[in-house]
Design a protein around this ligand. Structure first.
Ligand SMILES: *Cc1c(COP(=O)(O)O)cnc(C)c1O
Length: 407
């Protein structure tokens, strides 16, 4: 179907009448392992769970992302043999580090656990007694410097180790704050535009004072180059989520950076037990899955994928624009969730539905659709988590609900 025909065909068709194409080259579906011919057990049905089309984004509470077939196959195919957990980490870590221009890397239980383990490694080094002692910091450094505008969200991961966050705003304040208790300097990448000190300068100041720097770039691919940009820049530790843009297992992430710090971080992690990281276990299947997801992501055709996203966005945009009183704007967040994003808003006098009601109607429809709430009378839509063809359903349902509210 040509795009123009698709747009024509969606004008107020009931969802059942929408043809779902499968001409998209990127495979977002998960198939059953090739060996099983028995009827599939529908676990969603068995547990009474609502499945939905995700036009919102990589949200943790929405289970973040769908793993591509290759990743699922890596998980299934490695699940049938024993290996040593540390050996899987060693070997997968070497490959991951090479792909991302880091000295070393390890797979963690999400970006949050990368933040904890990386910080713990900085504090303990290779001292087993210190590892066992955390979060009691007696005899260790105890402060992490952070820009005020970065001191939010996931900082609890750092303070779990016992450290105290020390807020600064200017370079002068940073240099005054540095003392013998300073363990690390932490940078929250998505908050960069709100801080006075940018990435390169942060790294330079860390090097000047011999203090390790860590960056949280959890949701900051795409662009793919970010996977090595901050290692090349000289951050000592880089933390990223595995289950967001990379579409690895949701409960995986990557900690990469200086070899000595990664080794120390691993002392604080399973399979070792007397440490604060014991509950942040990553099983071998997830480590393989993470490795394959990263490899696949790096080698995929990013330009092609971006074009597909733009096509999906314009399909939905055009369908919504046909309704009188609706305004549509496409933006691309600069850092984090860097993907075409459609902001739909409407004149409440013409389209008589609140944002929450509108979201609820999409949610309760068949199929169920999740979009993000925006400001008053507006919703925000992304298409990077859609399976091929779902953009047509989203376009049609959104148009349908907007028209219903206009009558
Ligand atoms: C999602 C996120 C985290 C946590 O990552 P997980 O992979 O879910 O553990 C940490 N920091 C930022 C900025 C995030 O967006």
């Amino acid at each position: 179907m040509k795009r123009r025909e698709v747009i024509k065909s969606i004008s107020i068709l009931p969802v059942a009448g929408v043809v779902i194409g499968s001409s998209f080259p990127l495979d977002y579906t998960i198939s059953a392992p090739a060996t099983s011919s028995a009827p599939k057990r529908d676990l969603f049905k068995e547990l009474g769970l609502r499945k939905f089309i995700n036009a919102a984004g990589t949200y943790t509470f929405m289970t973040a992302s769908l793993m591509p077939d290759e990743v699922v196959e890596a998980i299934v195919s490695t699940s049938r043999e024993f290996v040593l957990l540390d050996e899987v980490q060693d070997k997968a870590g070497e490959k991951i580090a090479a792909m991302c221009h880091a000295e070393a890397a390890t797979v963690t239980a999400g970006c949050w656990s990368a933040l904890v383990l990386g910080t713990a490694g900085v504090l303990t080094g290779m001292d087993i007694k210190k590892v066992a002692q955390l979060p009691n910091l007696e005899g260790m450094k105890s402060e992490v410097i952070v820009q005020k505008s970065h001191n939010e969200g996931y900082v609890h991961a750092l303070t779990n180790t016992g450290v105290k966050m020390v807020e600064i705003e200017t370079v002068q304040e940073l240099e005054n704050a540095i003392n013998e208790k300073t363990a690390m300097m932490w940078f929250l990448n998505y908050a960069a535009p709100h801080g006075k000190i940018q990435n390169e300068e942060w790294v330079a100041l860390g090097k000047k004072h011999s203090i390790p720097t860590m960056i949280d770039m959890a949701a900051d691919v795409p662009p793919v180059q970010n996977l090595w940009k901050y290692n090349d820049m000289g951050f000592d530790l880089v933390c990223i989520s595995g289950g967001k843009g990379l579409r690895g297992p949701q409960s995986a992430g990557i900690l990469m950076g200086r070899k000595d710090l990664i080794a120390a971080a691993r002392l604080n992690a399973p399979p070792r037990g007397d440490n604060i990281g014991r509950g942040m276990k990553v099983n071998k299947e997830e480590i393989f899955g993470m490795y394959v997801a990263l490899d696949r992501y790096i080698n995929q055709d990013h330009e092609k994928e971006w074009k597909i996203w733009e096509e999906r966005i314009s399909l939905i945009e055009n369908a919504a624009r046909r309704v009188n009183g609706v305004t549509a704007e496409v933006t691309i967040p600069q850092i984090a969730n860097h993907t075409p994003t459609l902001n739909l808003s409407w004149d409440i006098n013409k389209v008589k539905v609140t944002r929450d009601e509108f979201q609820e109607r999409l949610r309760m429809g068949n199929p169920s659709i999740e979009v993000r709430g925006g400001n008053d009378n507006s919703v925000v839509i992304t298409v990077f988590m859609l399976k091929p063809g779902q953009e047509k359903i989203v376009a049609s349902r959104i148009q349908e609900e907007l028209i219903k509210a206009s009558l």
